[in-house]
Design a protein around this ligand. Structure first.
Ligand SMILES: O=C(O)CCC(=O)C(=O)O
Length: 239
């Protein structure tokens, strides 16, 4: 399924890009569902959301503006279908083994003109008890470039294992959808990052970046007028 060059790149750099994993039509179905959420045509439980400050920002539905949505595949068939996508599963099984199954999933929406920065982190620090072979598959739902917050990686960073993270509040602060209270995230302390080694990875809608749970990655704020939505699906292969 993957070429030896792709497999080697994953091993050496800690990530690979799969161009055109989803078709335009498949991406359109997911975007449409996210519009349904923003416009209140479907209602998902508030506990699924991380939002911008509800005192300052509202979606067209009048509800708090989501920046993150946890586990959409549990409530929505369109997202669930992506977690069972034969091409994606074949690639993931090629990378981490035949017993790979869904670990978690989330949507990340970077609201145009605001969309908060995500600092360098390792997903494995959030997923402390995850299997050694756990990968995140980040699928662009819009074209993502330097101006609207594409992912940036530190190639080879996965080889150093887990490093200590610190908790931080975003600017502007994210809030927990259920309680409306400010929400902390985790990052590698900024002074430990060699930013001269980072590699931005622009992606077109439908492309997928697959990276290990140890790979350092981040994304800049979306200061453009363009949307930058993504669907990240993680798979693990427990021993
Ligand atoms: O979509 C983003 O900007 C950040 C995504 C991310 O860090 C992740 O999925 O682990």
């Amino acid at each position: 399924m993957l070429s030896s060059v792709q497999r080697e790149s994953f091993t050496e750099r800690g990530y690979i890009k799969i161009v055109g994993l989803l078709t335009e039509a498949e991406v359109a179905l997911l975007r449409e569902r996210l519009e349904d959420v923003l416009y209140g045509r479907v209602t998902w439980p508030p506990r699924m959301f991380q939002t911008l400050d509800p005192q300052k920002f509202r979606a067209p539905s009048g509800l708090p503006m989501p920046e993150g949505i946890q586990r959409p595949a549990l409530v929505d068939e369109r997202f669930q279908r992506v977690t069972q996508h034969p091409h994606l599963l074949a690639i993931v099984r090629d990378l981490i083994g035949e017993n790979a199954t869904l670990y978690t999933d989330q949507v990340i929406l970077k609201t145009p003109g605001i969309g908060v920065e995500t600092h360098f982190h390792q997903d494995g620090f959030y997923w402390r008890n995850s299997a050694e072979r756990t990968v995140n598959c980040w699928i662009a739902l819009d074209d993502a470039g330097a101006d609207n917050g594409c992912l940036c990686f530190l190639p080879g960073s996965h080889k150093g294992g887990l490093v200590e993270h610190e908790a931080y509040y975003d600017t502007p602060t994210l809030h927990q959808g259920e309680t409306g209270t400010p929400f902390q995230r985790l990052r590698i302390p900024l002074e430990q990052v060699d930013f001269s080694r980072e590699v931005p990875e622009p992606a077109q809608a439908g492309d997928c970046l697959i990276f290990t749970k140890y790979t350092w990655h981040r994304s800049a704020p979306n200061l453009s007028a363009q949307q930058r939505r993504a669907y990240a699906v993680a798979f693990h292969a427990p021993v």
